[in-house]
Design a protein around this ligand. Sequence first.
Ligand SMILES: Cc1cc2nc3c(=O)[nH]c(=O)nc-3n(C[C@H](O)[C@H](O)[C@H](O)COP(=O)(O)OP(=O)(O)OC[C@H]3O[C@@H](n4cnc5c(N)ncnc54)[C@H](O)[C@@H]3O)c2cc1C
Length: 521
Amino acid sequence: MLTHHDSAPTAQTRTSGSEAIVIGAGLGGLAAAMRLGAKGYRVTVIDRLDMPGGRGSSVTQGGHRFDLGPTIVTVPHLFRELWAACGRDFDADVDLRALENFYEIHWQDGSVFTARQSTDAMRAEVARLSPSDLPGYERFLKDSERRYWFGFENLGRRPMHKFADLVKALPGFVAMRADRSVYGHAASRVKDERLRFALSFHPLFIGGDPFHVTSMYILVSHLEKEFGVHYAMGGVAAIALAMAGVIASQGGQLRLNVEADEVLLENGRATGVRLADGQVLYADLVVSNADAGHTYDHLMRNHPRKRWTPPRLKRTRWSMGLFVWYFGTRGTALKWPKVGHHTIVVGPRYRDHIADIFVKGRLADDMSLYVHRPSVTDKGCAPVGGDTFYALSPVPHLGFDNGVDWAEQAEPYRAKVQKVLEDRLLPGLGDHLTEQLVYTPNTFESRYLSPYGTGFSIEPRILQSAWFRPHNVSEEAKGLYLVGAGTHPGAGLPGVISSAEVLGKLVPDAPRRAPLRMAAE
Ligand SMILES: Cc1cc2nc3c(=O)[nH]c(=O)nc-3n(C[C@H](O)[C@H](O)[C@H](O)COP(=O)(O)OP(=O)(O)OC[C@H]3O[C@@H](n4cnc5c(N)ncnc54)[C@H](O)[C@@H]3O)c2cc1C
């Protein structure tokens, strides 16, 4: 990578023709770097954090490893294919464990639903809650499979930046009632409100309001059934580290604690990146894995934009924010024996609570929680005899006028989360707490430069999906590409890994193999 402080050499002389910069070492950025490395580019990945993985990184405190973000790995073949494209074996680098019980859902009336891979076991769970809904559940599964083939395999893994691609996909959208919401679709198949929840909450894991995101996302039920739910030993951070290892083996470079301040353009073409310290890195192509909003609003602020202008970004519907309480406990390894790796504690309201979060921007007193207890599967994440947890509550993002003052609200809200956990799942929790850490939307804004502090970037509503999302090949500059949650196909590990696969289909092989990097570079 050529760096420069003063007057620039000409475009022809300053790069080899095969230099690529990736801004951001989130899972999407790392996957992009691997794809480009496999195509012969000499890749430099920069990230402002001190570790790779972005939201998928971890923090260790008092012997507890807190997986900060993603915990559920679905569709593992996406990782295996990515590794194979680089001539490597994923399973040699990452210890992925399939979970027998995917997750448990606990309602206030004391009923529990355990999601599993076996269709028979799932049928039994449905029949236990509402026998008359069994035929509707069977239909839902078929609906889910159809949408998987159309929405995931067909649309999600290929470029969608041409309007013609959208036009071709329209009949499929119409036939599959993409206008209907995920909840609407579940409600058309089953009557029991608990089952409607169990079949419709999944969009929350990618930042979508189940009452508004397109029913194409019911495909998640098929993904889980077909490919299982997995955990990476060492957390998703272990996958990120393994990705960094592949990049290094390709001759790529990962530069941490380095922040990009601007994408540089010459005659409408990206030529490099100016860093926050003023240094300039030149490249033949630039990939941004920073949030698509941050990319256009900040990194491209000095260049006129046709589509992703500030007013357009302001009009965009953003995913929700997240309140995450990470906590460690001692003397609990034999306590709460029924609490497994993934639990959902459902609050008293569903539709109205979701409207508070996504529409009204109101921080409600009641909450539904996702509880992560990785120490059930991965003993190494907690000191002997202890446990590591996080409890996640979806909350409004920071863009509402009646915004929440998290500096004031964080501790009272955390105390409410603790109370819900003590009442519903982990009695006596307060006596066992050791380490803790709280992330609010303010943390997401400052740590990941996430617009409005969202957990998942742009919300996946129908008119913000596929062609409507910021394209993987930028609409605003030649030689600039986008990967990650805010672009096509969207958030979640399968989404961001697929965005890099799409990038691989858009970028030609490097014109010539990049020269090996010198140790001093
Ligand atoms: C709490 C939580 C739980 C989740 N659970 C799941 C789950 O169980 N399963 C699942 O599949 N998905 C889950 N997700 C979603 C998934 O984690 C994300 O969608 C995905 O990891 C986002 O990856 P990304 O490539 O978009 O990059 P990000 O992880 O957002 O990383 C972007 C990187 O870019 C860097 N960056 C930004 N701007 C700059 C700049 N100017 N200069 C340098 N670096 C910059 C940031 O520091 C960051 O490291 C979860 C997310 C969260 C937050």
